[in-house]
Write a protein that binds this ligand. Structure first.
Ligand SMILES: CC(C)(COP(=O)(O)OP(=O)(O)OC[C@H]1O[C@@H](n2cnc3c(N)ncnc32)[C@H](O)[C@@H]1OP(=O)(O)O)[C@@H](O)C(=O)NCCC(=O)NCCS
Length: 142
């Protein structure tokens, strides 16, 4: 992800979350070299950004902080491909554990994570706002 991707990334973010990240937050991730890894999935023919994933790598653990796919491109395997891609990459770099948070009601995301082998390791009460909701903390030995 580069700053040039941000118009497309922001459109996906706003279409995907009730409390979207601001552009400033994405810029901060792009600048947080060595810790944050913001990546985009690009559709080949028209070079459209169809999704993105952002994870932090701290020693041998990663935390997936954001993932979204453009509504027109969901259900086509893009989310799973992005997840597999980063898990393979960080495994090769020696990472051993991945975590993420997900709204309890977010069925599509929960199915995706479950199919990749993530398991529930915790619950954060009232973690989300607009609407207020608990977060499940999921973990994966990678
Ligand atoms: C969650 C999200 C990233 C999934 O991306 P996607 O590209 O649509 O997912 P994929 O096509 O790769 O599907 C992965 C698996 O999840 C399952 N899945 C996807 N959407 C689903 C849905 N609406 N209901 C049930 N299962 C679903 C599929 O069965 C698929 O498994 P399969 O490959 O064995 O068939 C996408 O729905 C999204 O952007 N949602 C809004 C943002 C969001 O909630 N992000 C997660 C925050 S924690």
């Amino acid at each position: 992800m580069t700053t040039g991707d941000l118009p497309e990334v922001m459109a996906i973010e706003q279409a995907s979350f009730p409390n979207p990240w601001s552009e400033v937050t994405f810029r901060g991730e792009i600048q947080n070299d060595g810790i944050s890894f913001p990546l985009v999935a690009v559709e080949r023919a028209e070079k459209r950004v169809v999704g993105y994933i952002i994870y932090w790598k701290i020693q041998d653990e990663i935390q997936i902080n954001n993932i979204a796919v453009h509504p027109d491109f969901r259900g086509l395997g893009v989310g799973k491909a992005m997840m597999r891609n980063i898990l393979d990459a960080v495994r090769a770099q020696g990472a051993i554990f991945a975590t993420l948070e997900v709204r309890i009601s977010n069925k599509p995301a929960r199915v995706l994570y479950e199919k990749l082998g993530f398991e529930i390791i915790g619950l954060r009460k009232d973690y989300y706002a607009h609407p207020a909701e608990d977060a499940l903390v999921l973990g994966l030995n990678i």
